[in-house]
Design a binder for this molecule. Structure first.
Ligand code: PLP
Length: 396
């Protein structure tokens, strides 16, 4: 933990346990959560916190959801690992569900978002048969391993890790002319987030994704949509790109797909699948039976009613925030339950998040001074009101 945060922690009177063994990859908050129920997490002293972050867009159905716990437990009792060299009915069931909601054909299972994007990059290059360049957008975040990191167009993420993997070029987000100008005879795919999450909930123009789809069609390129943060209901549709009425060639998902059990997936068209041969990619743990059984239940629970509820609750949060007209807020934006509240420079959003934590509310931060809300789908109006009342107090 860095000194600034440590001092803030002391000032705020939060208890701090020194973290000694973990590599210095996180500025961790000084709280340890030991159990969860619904929209709440409980710390080691049994204090109750309202969770508006959901493990960064993961636990959409909240913590300790009965049906999901049962799905995991049933599978643990039967079989918890089998090599991908053998058939798997839970994987087949999940593959069918994912292909139905995406209108695509085939699924590859892995363990995380970054792995899903690595696989998508490899699949695209294999399909390209010699063409290898992938166009990605400035401000994008696609993961931390070398391929997905090289596709993440934020220089600060690259510091100390050069040389990057070659074959990635960047264009400004939400600018289709820039894409057209970058295409050459080495280009194979365009990799895009439908909403940039890590960069601060950046929503492109309504026709952006449709135009990218057209550009891909006209130039025989694959359209890869990274739905790792936006997918599996988060924005009120199964996938955020569905707002644009398009079908990508490849979709990557992870985070919310198994409500917190590690699972990632690449969903692709038959034409992409046709380029892939046995042995060209794989994963020992990918599509683990426990994770896949939970994911099957997640997709069963994600009904049209739940999707409508996600939209309604997202609108409620935005409306109530707008009503308060809090000074210091420069923008409130989002789709479904993926919401960014952007603050003026005078307000340090990281301090705000820490003060909310002291008041037993968990939020995230992203991009340029943006408070990020990714609440569970089960969030109630009363819980939203509690958040807004607390935000007002913290402001004062
Ligand atoms: N892509 C997007 C859009 C993400 O938001 C993230 C994680 O925040 C990733 C990829 C990487 O996922 P993971 O952390 O599971 O590797």
């Amino acid at each position: 933990m860095n000194l600034k945060i440590l001092n803030q922690v002391k000032e705020l009177g939060l208890s701090h346990k020194n973290i000694t063994y973990h590599v210095n990859t996180y500025n961790r908050f000084p709280v340890e959560f030991t159990k969860g129920k619904g929209a709440y997490l409980f710390d080691s002293d049994n204090n109750k916190y309202l969770d508006l972050l959901s493990g960064i867009a993961v636990t959409g159905f909240g913590h300790n959801k009965k049906e999901l716990v049962e799905a995991a437990k049933n599978q643990v009792d039967k079989l918890w690992h089998v090599s991908n060299l053998f058939l798997s009915s839970p994987q087949e069931q999940l593959g069918k569900k994912l292909s139905e909601i995406s209108k695509l054909d085939k699924v590859f299972f892995c363990n995380s978002g970054t792995e899903a994007n690595e696989a998508a990059i490899k699949f695209a290059r294999k399909w390209g048969n010699g063409r290898s360049t992938i166009i990605a957008a400035q401000g994008s975040f696609h993961g931390r391993t070398m391929g997905s990191l090289s596709a993440s167009m934020q220089e600060k993420l690259w510091e100390g890790f050069q040389p990057l993997t070659p074959g990635f070029v960047s264009v400004p987000y939400n600018n289709t002319n820039a894409i057209k100008n970058k295409i050459d005879n080495t280009t194979v795919a365009i990799l895009i987030e439908p909403i940039q999450g890590e960069s601060g909930i950046i929503i492109p123009d309504e026709n952006y994704l449709r135009e990218v789809r057209n550009i891909c069609n006209e130039n025989n390129l694959l359209m890869i949509v990274d739905e790792i943060q936006t997918g599996i209901g988060r924005t009120g549709k199964h996938f955020a790109h569905q707002y644009a009425n398009i079908t990508p060639d490849i979709i990557t998902v992870a985070k919310g797909i198994a409500n917190g059990i590690p699972l990632g997936a690449v969903i692709c068209s038959e034409k992409v699948n046709a380029a892939i041969t046995p042995g060209s990619h794989g994963s020992t743990f990918g599509g683990n039976p426990i994770a896949v059984s939970v994911a099957n239940k997640v997709l069963d629970l994600l009904t049209e009613d739940v999707l409508s509820q996600i939209i309604a609750q997202g609108n409620y949060i935005k409306q109530q925030l707008l009503k308060e007209n809090l000074s210091g807020i420069s923008d409130i934006r989002g789709k479904g339950l993926m919401i960014g509240i952007e603050f003026n420079k005078e307000i340090e959003v990281k301090d705000l998040a820490l003060k909310l934590l002291q008041n037993k509310i968990i939020v995230g931060t992203a991009g340029n001074n943006v408070l990020r809300l990714l609440p569970p789908f089960i969030i109630t109006n009363e819980e939203v009101d509690f958040f807004i009342e607390t935000l007002k107090i913290v402001f004062d």
